[in-house]
Each structure stands twice: as C-alpha cells, then as structure tokens.
Design a protein around this ligand. Structure first.
Ligand SMILES: Nc1nc2c(ncn2[C@@H]2O[C@H](COP(=O)(O)OP(=O)(O)OP(=O)(O)O)[C@@H](O)[C@H]2O)c(=O)[nH]1
Ligand SMILES: [Mg+2]
Length: 214
C-alpha cells in the first residue's frame, strides 16, 4: 500500500475523517483525487492495489484532516475490500458521464458493495458524474444522475477532474454534510481519539508508584 501526506504531520485538527472513492475502472477516481490534492492533472495508469492521500482543509470553521482512499475498479479481493470500507465516514461513488455502463454498475455493483461492507450506517455518500468536459460524448443525463442519487440517498454533483470543475465542491459538500452528523463527529473527533489512545496507554503501562501517590 502506498500513501502520502503533502501537508506534513500537523496535529491541530478538530476532526479526522476517512473518505473513499469507489466505481468502475477508468471513471476517474484517481484523477479526482489528484485534482483535489494538487493543482496538477495528468493522465494516470490504472490503480494497482490501494493508495491513500491526506489533505487538511478548513470547512465550516473546523480543521479537518481527510484521509482519502483510492483503489482499483478492477481486480480486488475480499479482505482488501472489507478493510477498505471499514470505518469510512464518507464515500464518493464515481461514474463516467460518457460511459453508460459505469452508471448502471453503480446500482448493480458499487452501491451493493457499499451496503455490504460499510461499517458506518450514517456515513455520507456522494454520487459524482465525472468527465463533464466531454459534453458532446455525454451518455448519462444530469437528471438521471440526480434521480439515482435520490434513490440511494446520496448527494449529487457532476464534475471534471480534468478541468477541475466542481472538484473542490465535491469534497466541500461531502464534508459539510459529515459535520452535521453527531455519530460521525464523535468517531472522527481527534480529541476523542487522543483520549482513547491515552487511556489505552495508561491501561498498558499503569503507573507503578511514587509519581501518582501525592
Ligand atoms: N476528459 C477527461 N478525462 C478524464 C477525467 N478524469 C479522468 N480522465 C481520464 O480517464 C482515464 C482514467 O482515469 P483514472 O483516474 O485512472 O480512473 P480510475 O477510476 O482511477 O481507474 P482505476 O484505477 O482503473 O479504477 C485517464 O486517462 C484520465 O486521464 C475527466 O474529468 N475528463
Ligand atoms: Mg485509479
């Protein structure tokens, strides 16, 4: 597994959220991630295995650390899939507006996978129709996308990883919605995580004597 944090190890976050990308091979998941993380967009080879990137953003006055997971739309295996989904606070379901089968596969394959493996019943989902820069090749209308999003209780946005249209908006909409859900705030709270870690350390290495006795 690869992974990188372009912003370094700043611990001053209010919340730490896990977001993941899912959808058919070639729909532009890795490109969306790259487009969000950097201003640089390039042609990418298909993803092999699992990758993640970290980005810190300010949303609604809160400092968020987003760990965004990306995996191949093809050739994935059971245990990898379940750990990929475990604990996700947000899921981005991507299709390619120029390839209809990537849209139908969202209902047939990806939404079912999310339902099976997602451990967070209140996690926020967003349906994203990518590659709108190729408008003259469009095979799925905006209205169809919106209807599918409503059916699966997802947010909805059309975007282009290539021109970067709506890419920041996608992550903004998703995280704004997450900040409205108390259970996600609790599991994503850096303060709560710090407390749990401290508690675990105290349980593992209980104080042996003098320092706590006064
Ligand atoms: N025109 C256009 N091309 C795009 C866009 N996003 C991605 N692409 C291209 O589509 C191809 C596939 O993009 P990827 O980001 O590798 O797709 P992926 O979903 O990560 O694919 P897997 O890793 O195989 O699951 C690449 O050639 C990208 O350059 C977009 O918004 N517009
Ligand atoms: Mg990829």
């Amino acid at each position: 597994m690869k992974g990188s944090s372009p912003v370094g190890g700043n611990n001053n976050n209010d919340y730490s959220f896990k977001i993941l990308l899912t959808g058919d091979s070639g729909v532009g998941k890795s490109s969306l991630l790259l487009s969000f993380i950097s201003n640089f967009v390039q042609d990418l080879p298909p993803t092999i295995g699992v990758d993640f990137k970290i980005k810190q953003i300010l949303v609604g006055g809160k400092r968020l650390k987003l760990t965004i997971w990306d995996t191949a739309g093809q050739e994935r295996f059971g245990t990898v899939i379940s750990s990929y989904y475990r604990g996700a606070h947000g899921i981005i379901l991507v299709y390619d507006v120029t390839r209809r089968e990537t849209f139908t596969n969202l209902s047939n394959i990806w939404a079912k996978e999310v339902e099976t493996y997602s451990t967070n019943p209140e996690c926020i989902k967003i349906l994203v129709g990518n590659k709108v820069d190729r408008e003259n090749e469009r095979a799925v209308t905006r209205e169809e996308g919106l209807a599918l999003a409503q059916e699966h209780k997802c947010l909805f946005l059309e975007c282009s990883a290539k021109t970067r249209e709506n890419v920041q908006q996608c992550f903004k909409d998703l995280t704004m919605k997450m900040l409205e859900v108390p259970s996600l705030l609790e599991s994503g709270s850096v303060e709560v995580k710090r407390h749990i870690l401290k508690q675990k350390q105290e349980d593992r290495f209980p104080c042996s004597g003098d320092c706590c006795s006064q």
